[in-house]
Design a protein around this ligand. Sequence first.
Ligand SMILES: Cc1cc2nc3c(=O)[nH]c(=O)nc-3n(C[C@H](O)[C@H](O)[C@H](O)COP(=O)(O)OP(=O)(O)OC[C@H]3O[C@@H](n4cnc5c(N)ncnc54)[C@H](O)[C@@H]3O)c2cc1C
Length: 418
Amino acid sequence: MDDSRSRQVLIAGAGIAGLTAALAFSERGYLVRLFEQAPRLEAAGAGIQLSPNATRILRQLGVLEQLLPAAVRPEAVVLRDAATLRELARVPLGEAAERRWQAPYLVAHRADLQGALMTRLTERPDISLVTDARVSGVVPGPHVTATAEIAGNTVEAGGFLLIGADGVWSNIRNLSASARSGSAGSGAQSASSRFSGELAWRATVRADSAAGEAFAAVGSANCVTTFLHPGFHMVAYPVSRGRAFNMVAFTAGEIMAESWSGRADPEILAGAMRGTAAALVRLAEDAGPWTAWPIHTVDKRQPWTTPGGIALIGDAAHAMTPFAAQGAAMAIEDAATLAGFVAASPADPAAALAAWEKMRRPRVAKVARRGALNRLAWHASGPVAVARNLFLRLRGPERLGADLDWLYGWRAPEAGAR
Ligand SMILES: Cc1cc2nc3c(=O)[nH]c(=O)nc-3n(C[C@H](O)[C@H](O)[C@H](O)COP(=O)(O)OP(=O)(O)OC[C@H]3O[C@@H](n4cnc5c(N)ncnc54)[C@H](O)[C@@H]3O)c2cc1C
């Protein structure tokens, strides 16, 4: 392999996973070509919670300092009963999070995170970002060749590694499955993602609007507040320096088209909120119209790497339900650790990919299980909800924080310590 190819990394997808991977590989001296199918980078959805396991990596990559001025450091995560609005539990964040996990817990507008990543990206001449460029084919390695459709032209690009950071409906996942099975797949189907049965309903309101003031009255304007109810929960937090609130409600729902945002019958949301406090119902009415997002997950058995130099990261590898608010954090961890493992084994990228996947799988699986547990607990009813509330009260803020040490206090393993 000529020297430039042996340093060249190709990335499909410039979401949080792809942008972070570009920075992490560039930081380690690689040349990066990043292909994004959209003509312009647009952040899908409004808000994002960034826990310390993610912000620690963003700090190492020089992204955090760009993000901090626009983000909010919430005081606490607060759980409330959606029917009575009574506080059930509180996990201190703010200064306490920084002391405990040595990095901030932030909430931000997704566009601000994307802006901070892009600011760093444009400072790196070794990264080239091409938009309106859909990766449509791949021939695995040892030289990986990717085919991209760029503004109507078909272009080939080569490198030693292709990273599929192309989201839950990943084309690279399908192409790599086709390459493994020997069939000439076009990557047209997305066989290994499936609708989870849940809808996420999203709305953003200005803090100085009627809905914003209503939220400040029922919640805690400087906290991440989760309202719990049988079969429903809603998470709300400030974004954009506190000038707006991001709200996401979760209900069961019908399957929707393969796209992030769309319409669903608002009656589903109204029905799921039956029995919640009148103030919360009014807030939901004032905050509308809500955009419904179908939650899709990826088959856990799907391989993330191939010896031929393909690695899937972020939602392309392991899209999970968002009930632990960790999908982007896992994408960020994936990107940083993949760069570390590959850089530590320059002579044997295939072994590095296999070792990286082996290291990442248990962590990602544990996080996904935590999300599933949260969903069960938050949507509980009857005696199970009573037991949950008692547990939360007895546990108290300090121990609830300590219960998250494994998640938020996580550090990337040293390269070579596998
Ligand atoms: C309601 C909801 C709330 C959430 N809240 C949180 C939270 O608070 N905290 C958190 O950590 N996570 C959260 N998540 C999860 C998080 O949003 C995702 O895990 C994360 O955005 C995944 O990033 P990604 O880069 O892997 O994928 P994506 O963001 O989907 O990016 C994929 C990119 O690849 C591009 N692309 C696709 N195909 C191709 C191709 N063939 N060629 C080139 N480009 C291509 C797409 O256009 C896109 O830009 C939430 C998710 C949902 C649904």
